[in-house]
Design a protein around this ligand. Structure first.
Ligand SMILES: Cc1cc2nc3c(=O)[nH]c(=O)nc-3n(C[C@H](O)[C@H](O)[C@H](O)COP(=O)(O)O)c2cc1C
Length: 433
């Protein structure tokens, strides 16, 4: 069996550079998406389909591309709303290790885990954008590998904060007059290179003890961080459709986990996919062309996105010259993104050609629901595990119905994915198979 999860952003769904998808209906209107009504409907449906979790993506600032602005809502506010709308679905939010004091974030996520009955997780990102640093009153972000070192120390502290309370600390004695037993927590002082704090939190132990840690780095430093701390590891080959590349990623993560003294089955590696479904293969292919079809607007957006995520201005390169000679290790933003697009340009391709092929997903899944189910099944068999993180583009009610009422029941009939939840917590879902 394999795991299924959903990846989304709390922003205008159904909006594309080509205009609004006609199936988006009212969901693209700000007065509607900003009330989260669509997201609430969506999480109920994901739960009905037995998904492990929804992962809410985030960046703390606007893009620097004024033609492609993406206002959004803070995941910290979205998460309790989605938790209230569901009973089993895991809810993972993205929070940057660069912009939260560890004590504050540990307290907030612990609180979320408490109010959701043990269903929360934290997608740890380090944030590469200097203008995000400036928004928080600093000059610029630290270099790539140092950001991971800062996050690593933050995780050590946050875990100590989460571990400081024993379960069941309630004394509730009329005799002592105490509600809480004062011997049930550990006081401590943390003095690190980057962080200082004292514990414990004033929030008691959450149902999961430690909320689930999720991470998506693909550089050597990113993989090592994930292997040390995460229970959910997100992987995208950014459009390089290659099952061996996915297997290499998962095998490498598992080896690194062993090196950190962990059981590799403690983490699930989830591969980002965005299936395009149709009644026939031809219909699905035609929709795919519509979705990824290259227009000048989309090309400009891809350049903007590459610039945003890598911290390098790609607009300065000649689109039709051979792909620029860039070493991903010199990039201070997403190194994995650059490595993938560079791989796409192999054989003397231009930046334009590489951008035209560039996609965000890990496997090309285009076809009827049966065909897509076949490919998912075969890929997981070859890779060895663990599951898929699904991403819609654009996200519409029609897309949800196609996946949740079309594709997922086929996977369920084949016994490949869950029909009913056996556990109540996110960690319980992850550990189920
Ligand atoms: C599926 C997926 C989701 C991600 N979500 C976010 C996000 O919400 N916010 C963010 O700043 N970075 C996000 N990232 C970027 C990663 O956190 C990481 O910075 C990126 O993969 C580059 O890591 P590397 O430099 O170690 O290769 C995501 C990456 C992937 C593959």
């Amino acid at each position: 069996m394999f795991h299924l999860a959903w990846f989304t952003n709390p922003r205008a769904h159904g909006w594309t550079a080509n205009g609004a998808d006609r199936w988006a209906g009212n969901d693209i209107h700000p007065e509607r998406w900003q009330t989260l009504s669509f997201l609430k409907d969506m999480v109920r449906q994901l739960e009905g389909a037995g998904f492990d979790f929804i992962m809410i993506e985030d960046h703390v600032v606007l893009t620097n591309d004024k033609n492609n602005l993406e206002p959004r809502i803070d995941p910290m506010i979205v998460m309790p709303v989605l938790a209230e709308a569901t009973r089993r679905l895991g809810i993972i939010g993205t929070f940057s290790s660069s912009f939260y004091p560890p004590f504050l974030l540990a307290r907030q996520i612990n609180s979320l885990d408490l109010v959701s009955g043990g269903r929360c997780g934290w997608n740890v990102v380090t944030s590469s954008e200097d203008w995000a640093a400036q928004a928080f009153g600093r000059d610029k972000q630290p270099p790539h590998d140092e950001r991971y070192a800062i996050a690593d120390e933050m995780l050590d502290l946050v875990k100590q904060l989460w571990d400081a309370w024993e379960p069941d600390p309630w004394e509730m004695s009329a005799e002592t007059g105490r509600y809480v037993d004062p011997t049930k927590f550990r006081e401590f002082t943390f003095e690190g290179k980057y962080h200082r704090s004292i514990g414990p939190l004033n929030v008691t132990r959450s149902p999961q003890g430690r909320p689930v840690i999720c991470q998506a780095g693909s550089s050597p430093a990113g993989r090592d961080f994930a292997a040390k701390h995460s229970e959910v590891i997100l992987c995208s080959t950014f459009g390089r459709d290659s099952v061996p590349a996915l297997k290499e990623f998962r095998d490498d993560i598992r080896e690194r986990m062993v090196a950190h003294g962990r059981d590799p089955d403690e983490a699930k590696v989830m591969f980002l996919i965005s299936p395009v479904l149709g009644d026939t293969e031809e219909a699905a292919q035609a929709r795919y062309e519509e979705v990824v079809g290259m227009t000048p607007t989309i090309l400009a957006q891809r350049l903007g996105r590459l610039t945003l995520h890598t911290g390098l201005d790609w607009t300065k390169f000649d689109l039709d010259a051979p792909f620029p000679d860039i070493d991903p290790a010199d990039i201070q933003g997403f190194q994995g993104f650059v490595a993938s697009i560079k791989a796409k340009a192999k054989g003397g391709k231009s930046l334009r050609e590489a951008l035209c092929e560039q996609e965000t997903t890990s496997l090309k899944l285009i076809g009827t629901p049966e065909q897509v189910a076949d490919r998912m099944e075969a890929a997981i068999e070859e890779i060895g595990g663990d599951g898929f993180l699904m991403h819609a583009r654009p996200l519409t009610r029609r897309y949800l119905a196609e996946v949740l009422d079309g594709l997922v029941p086929i996977l369920q009939r084949r016994g490949l994915v869950r029909r009913e939840y056996a556990a109540t917590t996110l960690r319980g879902h992850l550990a189920e198979f």
